[in-house]
Write a protein that binds this ligand. Structure first.
Ligand SMILES: C=C1C[C@]23C[C@@]1(O)CC[C@H]2[C@@]12CC[C@H](O)[C@@](C)(C(=O)O1)[C@H]2[C@@H]3C(=O)O
Ligand SMILES: O=C(O)CCC(=O)C(=O)O
Ligand SMILES: [Fe+2]
Length: 334
């Protein structure tokens, strides 16, 4: 199929080496084991008094699901089933020509990316491809396609939802009221469209390497294939897909701004085994000048020094370039 990125060809040497040295499998065998599904809190936003549940989930889990979230189901389904398939099933050469961003390095521009062409071990390979989409790039296009209108609708609604959730969470940790409205805008956030092609060696590589998100909050819609896992008490557990729900996870900036009260949890995606998988993530992020400050409350001291989002992004981009991965918040510990 001419739309597949050349994973096998690019990584053939690494597969050869892994057989010789018999590296441990990176993937647990919990893919279809229902016992290992984790019960991520589910919050019905149509009900009253949801604040406590949201704060508890962000504190204990760093992840929760929401229903009655305000994004029409037909927008979600058409985005997944029709529009994303259309955009990813274009020839690989076309995808590269249009927006090639080499090796995930330029994270702050719209563009196509796949795998990790400079991987030196299978442990550094993500068997997936993605588009980063910044809203201004969508709105500056002169005509709407069904994909663009679905993405605009998704982005607008996900942005309002994120702001509502962020204000609820921020209030509890004494952030200034209106902080998010004043610093996070539609054009400072972005979407990431993810496709996980069927992988012939799903026990040897991951679909998306373990990472935390650099946002305040991330809103994710996943299809019903499954494979997203979060690290809970030292174990990877699978999040059962729920086509009615959106997933929300705390990102690094909220962990810092809440002085570690809310947790930016590592997550990863298994490589697709039988069926290709799609997801779309909205990263609720501030402008680069926004200052992130963590206040210790009572006896607890501030954990992180004050930093701007620009500083965080630049450091992460530098780490990805030089080390292959971002080091993250530990660089900003006091
Ligand atoms: C290799 C990397 C790119 C990434 C940071 C990371 O070290 C691991 C996760 C990647 C990711 C995924 C979600 C977001 O798209 C992103 C901006 C983030 O916060 O973590 C990207 C990072 C990136 O593209 O720089
Ligand atoms: O594909 C998923 O379910 C999650 C993807 C993800 O973690 C990301 O895009 O940051
Ligand atoms: Fe993520």
């Amino acid at each position: 199929m001419d739309y597949e990125p050349p994973f096998m060809k690019t990584y053939s040497d690494l597969f050869g080496e892994s057989e010789q040295v018999n590296i441990p499998l990176v993937v647990d065998t919990c893919r279809n084991n229902n016992d290992k599904f984790c019960e991520v809190p589910l919050i019905d936003l149509g009900k009253l008094n949801v604040e406590k549940g949201i704060r508890e989930a962000a504190t204990k889990w760093g992840f929760f699901q929401v229903v009655n979230h305000g994004i029409p189901q037909d927008v979600l389904e058409s985005l997944m089933r029709e529009q994303m398939i259309k955009v990813f099933h274009r020839p690989f050469a076309t995808k590269c020509e249009q927006h090639f961003v080499n090796n995930l390095s330029a994270s702050s521009s719209s563009g196509y990316r796949w795998g990790n062409p400079s991987a030196t071990s299978l442990l550094q390979v993500s068997w997936s491809e993605a588009y980063h989409v910044f809203l201004p790039d969508l709105t500056s296009m002169d005509h709407d396609t069904p994909l663009r209108s679905s993405l605009k609708c998704f982005a607008t609604k996900a942005g309002s939802l994120a702001e509502r959730l962020a204000e609820i969470l921020g209030e509890e940790v004494k952030m200034k009221s209106g902080y998010f409205r004043e610093n996070c805008f539609p054009n400072t956030s972005f979407m990431r469209l993810n496709r996980y092609p069927v992988c012939p060696v799903p026990s040897k590589v991951l679909g998306f390497l373990p990472h935390s998100d650099s946002s305040f909050l991330t809103i994710v819609y996943q299809d019903n294939v499954g494979g997203l896992q979060l690290l809970k008490d030292g174990k990877w557990c699978v999040i059962k897909p729920n086509p009615q729900a959106l997933l929300v996870n705390v990102g690094d900036l909220f962990q810092a701004a809440s002085n570690g009260v809310y947790k930016s949890i590592k997550h990863r995606v298994l490589a697709a085994e039988k069926e290709e998988r799609y997801s779309v993530a909205y990263f609720y992020s501030p402008s680069y000048d926004t200052m992130i400050e963590s206040h210790g409350v009572g006896d607890s001291a501030s954990l992180y020094r004050k930093f701007s989002f620009r500083e965080y992004k630049q450091q992460s981009d530098k780490d990805v370039k030089e080390l292959g991965d971002k080091v993250g918040l530990s660089r900003f510990l006091l």
